[in-house]
Design a protein around this ligand. Structure first.
Ligand SMILES: [Zn+2]
Length: 222
């Protein structure tokens, strides 16, 4: 089961000390209710017992889904912690590092939907860069995957929101376009392998890094 550890935190407003529960790791297979709390952002939130002020507490969190075979390490340096590397995971496992709770909450539904997160990042890059003539539009805000609408009138759609800070601007990509990007990704970046069996940080600059690694001119960075 998920191990719980209590730690003391101080309210940044009134300095009241209180107990905060850390979960090490969050095992979605054994504890689906805890997964629900995580996706709502509740595992990083504290409401001060004295003044009612809400504040966030960051701590390295390891997320493990044994059924879907993936593990995500969230930590400020976006590297797998020692606890994470101790697991003996099969070659089919997807292991990812992310640097903040928003990207952790983004990855989980991508893997829950059995999608390729590398192709999703490729889609985001294309959305931000626009057609080749607008190659400098990486100035636009970063994007977060926000879910799939399966019953959309135009067929299944992937949704993305701007991040940070507003999450207001919403962009949609059809499932068929996503599949097209998967095909392009697999063809263009065959050398990247399957994206399984090793720890990787897969964010928007992933394909830019792949381009750079194979010595091709990389698309403009922001
Ligand atoms: Zn307080």
């Amino acid at each position: 089961m998920t191990q719980q550890v209590n730690d003391a935190v101080n309210c940044p407003k009134c300095h009241q000390e209180q107990t905060f529960t850390l979960y090490l790791p969050v095992n979605a297979t054994l504890d689906p209710a805890l997964k629900g709390k995580l996706l709502k952002g509740d595992l990083f939130k504290v409401t001060c017992e004295k003044c009612g002020h809400q504040f966030a507490v960051m701590y390295p969190l390891l997320y493990h889904d044994m059924d879907k075979q993936f593990m995500i390490q969230m930590s400020e340096n976006a590297r797998p912690a020692e606890d994470a590397t101790r697991f003996r995971l099969g070659q089919n496992y997807r292991m990812r590092c992310v640097g903040d709770p928003d990207h952790l909450e983004e990855k989980i539904p991508i893997f829950d939907e059995e999608m390729d997160d590398r192709a999703v990042e490729f889609v985001k890059l294309m959305l931000r860069q626009g057609p080749p003539a607008k190659g400098d539009s990486m100035q636009s805000p970063a994007l977060l995957f926000a879910g799939i609408s399966k019953n959309h009138p135009r067929g299944p759609q992937l949704f993305f929101v701007t991040w940070p800070p507003d999450r207001k601007t919403c962009l949609a990509v059809s499932w068929s376009d996503y599949e097209r990007y998967v095909t392009i990704f697999d063809k263009e970046f065959a050398g990247a392998g399957s994206g399984r069996g090793r720890w990787e940080r897969v964010e928007e600059d992933y394909t830019i890094r792949l381009e750079a690694d194979r010595g091709r001119p990389a698309p403009p960075e922001k």
